[in-house]
Design a protein around this ligand. Structure first.
Ligand SMILES: [Zn+2]
Length: 357
């Protein structure tokens, strides 16, 4: 109990005030101010600035009640109201006005302490809820602004929710469940595919990085619900060397849902696009509900690794071809490192996709 609580009693009856004062004194509260006359009530309460307000009304008229409810709405303090009789509408109005305790025919001095405690704890609980509500409202409003900004941007760029690009670093497609490799620790494309799989029966991963997507292949090798397709430089003379051959077609329930298309070193746009058409046919036959594109840009003719020789226009054609699958698609950035042509080649892939949609 906090004996220093400043308590205001609003009451025009000496008898009722005496009961309240007795109850408070016996409970140890000494800092009590009484207001008899309700003229300028709000201003007087503000000038006292109490911690708690007790209002006792014998048989209040609607006008008096409304005046008290206005006080309650304005002062934002714990308020206990004692009335001798009431009706359902007044009880509802007291709740709406934030009165913490509305006591009907209960003015007894031995009850004052417990009513005061109840009033304060209810007020604090209500205040907490109100603060949380306001924080939630403002978070929601911020979210709406972000969504609106996103909407404007997407409309301006002619993008819809069914196409997204993820700039991931480090890349992921060489990482297995339990084996890191080729600068990859977490297989971002496989994680995206697994996540999409929660919502869709079948998902496909198309890997256009110059290197074979061995981690992705390994993760889904025995699964028939995720198709993995990789177009890459011939692993006989290119990383990852021991995987990426055409005979690796999956195993168990996954047999037939892994397609590797190794290309001779130095293959250019036309050879690459022919491979992509074959990949497209396989993906279309699998009929996935969503597509993950493991988008390496190291098949570029300017890439220092010099595995394949896709031009900037070739990348536009790749984007164009992927769009023709008409699938919700997420592009996950994979390889392509020490090369100035990365941005130069990313834009045409996405532009090619946009142009064809
Ligand atoms: Zn790569």
């Amino acid at each position: 109990m906090d004996a220093s609580l400043k308590i205001v009693i609003v009451d025009d009856s000496p008898l009722r005030t005496a009961i309240l004062e007795d109850g408070l004194r016996e409970s140890g509260y000494v800092n009590v101010v009484r207001i008899e006359n309700t003229r300028d009530l709000l201003a007087r309460i503000y000038s006292i600035d109490p911690d708690v307000i007790l209002i006792a009304l014998e048989n209040p008229s609607r006008d008096v009640l409304e005046q008290m409810f206005q006080v309650s709405r304005a002062v934002k303090r714990p308020i206990a109201m004692f009335v001798d009789q009431t009706d359902a509408a007044s009880i509802q109005a007291s709740v709406d006005a934030g009165v913490s305790a509305y006591i009907v025919d209960g003015l007894k001095k031995e009850r004052i302490k417990s009513i005061l405690d109840l009033c304060i704890s209810r007020f604090n609980a209500f205040s907490r809820l109100q603060t949380e509500l306001e924080q939630t409202r403002s978070a929601l409003a911020e979210r709406k602004v972000i969504d609106r900004a996103k909407g404007i941007l997407m409309t301006a760029k002619n993008l819809s929710e069914d196409a997204a690009y993820a700039l991931c670093r480090p890349p992921g497609h060489h990482a297995y469940r339990d084996l890191a490799g080729g600068f990859c620790f977490l297989n971002n494309s496989a994680i995206a595919a697994a996540h999409l799989r929660l919502k869709h029966e079948r998902v496909a991963v198309l890997d256009v990085d110059v290197h074979h997507g061995n981690g992705t292949q390994g993760i889904f090798y025995e699964r028939g619900d995720v198709l993995t397709v990789s177009i890459h430089a011939d692993p006989n003379s290119f990383y990852p060397f021991v995987w990426g051959y055409a005979h690796e077609r999956g195993a168990g329930p996954g047999l037939g849902t892994n397609l590797n298309i190794p290309l001779p070193i130095g293959t250019g746009d036309d050879g690459y696009l022919q491979a992509l058409w074959k990949a497209q046919a396989m993906i279309a036959a699998f009929a996935p509900a969503a597509l993950v594109v493991a988008l390496g840009l190291d098949a570029s003719e300017h890439d220092p690794l010099a595995g394949l020789a896709v031009t900037t226009d070739g990348f536009r054609r790749i984007g164009h071809a992927i769009a023709r699958l008409k699938l919700p698609t997420v592009f996950v950035q994979e390889g392509g490192y020490l090369s100035d042509s990365l941005g130069v080649n990313l834009t045409p892939v996405l532009a090619g996709l946009e142009a064809a949609r």
